[in-house]
Ligand binder design. Sequence first.
Ligand SMILES: [Zn+2]
Ligand SMILES: [Zn+2]
Length: 138
Amino acid sequence: MGARRPMTIRTGGCLCGARAYEIDGDLEGVWVCHCSLCRKASGSIGNAILIVPKDRFRWVKGEDHGVTFALRPTYTITRCKTCGTPLPAEADARNVYVTAGTLDTPLGKGVRTRLFCASRADWDRDEPDVRRFDERSS
Ligand SMILES: [Zn+2]
Ligand SMILES: [Zn+2]
């Protein structure tokens, strides 16, 4: 039959709401980079990234409300000017590297790729007696 499933549109944005975006269509999954730069830049286990072709990413608001830190020729970070949320991580000629934690809509996929696993922090794992609290935040 000729019925076509409507394309999924996913939304996301920064913590304060000044910057918001939409992504058209499905993605293959999340890339997690554990390199020392991504660990420092995120202050956490590394960067969790969605690689989105530029023609499938658009700003809904706040496109100009970012500040970019060019740490190295090959490594930049862009953050919201108001709240500091890293969004996106980087962009190049073809793709926007969107920080996965800024997504508001379920992705429907998990982590597909982990990079620089040898640089993973030694604490980036669960202890056998890890405590878990199942509440959901808003
Ligand atoms: Zn913000
Ligand atoms: Zn990295």
